[in-house]
Design a protein around this ligand. Sequence first.
Ligand code: ZN
Length: 403
Amino acid sequence: MKYVIFIPDGASDYPVEELDGKTPLMVANTPNIDKLAKEGFGGFTNNVPDAYTPGSDVANMSIFGYNPADYYTGRGPLEAGSEGIPTTPTDVIFRCNTIFSEDDSMDDFNAGHISTEEAAELMEGLNEFFTSKYPDFKGKFYSGVSYRHLFIYSCDSIEDAEVLSSIKTLPPHDIVGEKLADNLFGDCELAQEIQQIMFESREYLESHEINKKREIPANMVWLWGQGVTPSLPNFKETYGITASVITGVDLLKGIGNFAGMNIVNVPGATGYFDTDYKQKGEYGIEALKETDLLLIHIEAPDEAGHAQNTEEKVKAIERIDEFIVGPIVESLKDEDFRAAILPDHPTPISVGTHTRDDVPLVIYDSNLDGDECESFDEEGVKKGSLETKPGHFLIQRLISGEF
Ligand SMILES: [Zn+2]
């Protein structure tokens, strides 16, 4: 038995005025997805537990078979996981933005989209600066892409790591224009220490040669999104099958890595819109020859939702149907297989960001006749028979055949 889960990120929506009150999933021309829906089972699911904001990392952790309430520890650790940075249980991993701050405000959360090369030099310099100033400095900066980096702070104990993980930090993109002093982390000793590192980074960065040349200097770092490395039980040991992941999003690669899944990197992600989808589909077919389950995630509908671009959202869904769902399902025609298609969360055009509503779900079994579900969209799945269960049950539902 083969299994495939298609995840069109943010694809579900609210009725859109320019689509005469329909949604992008309703109007998109998707013959391959329609077939799965007509011959499969429909319903809703929800991938975001109540206590969490509907981020793609949380929502996809559910789809990957892990309850975020038990396993989610933050974005920083997932990024570290995607880059294969080794950590210990007392390490707290922060996201680290290079920012521009004038007059103690968050003026630019990405320092004018600083280049990867420039930022790498600054991160390396920060490590030298802090370790020469404090020989027993407990932190280390790891450079990433453009303004997105990591900072790992090694605590003295598991207890300290728990305290530091639980401190509320704020994403820099959410506090643009605000005073930094109004957005600090609190008074405990560890929080103070992290804040001091952020403000001391200025001593080094302000006068750096790179920043003298930059119109928008990266004159400070902002640390946030921290947590300890999640201890995800191995996927194969948990579910008894092997899994591959295809995604362009680092956070999701991180989840896959921690779960011991096979991460398939698809080249040409920077190519044309169409070739990117096509490549993903082709790599998906190959991955399914090697593993039992393929999780294939496509970011584009979410991006179109954030951009509030209806036309692009419809197009993205149609391309997923043509280049990913169609070819992969065709490649399985001589096999017993079960497929599911669902977004991680909605990204409605009218809202421009994620919401926590239930998402439509279709499950298809090549050996079963389906229910009354007509189509994979917010209305069509209502005729289906699937019970609404939290998203982290999906893998178990697929494997057991008890949908
Ligand atoms: Zn998402």
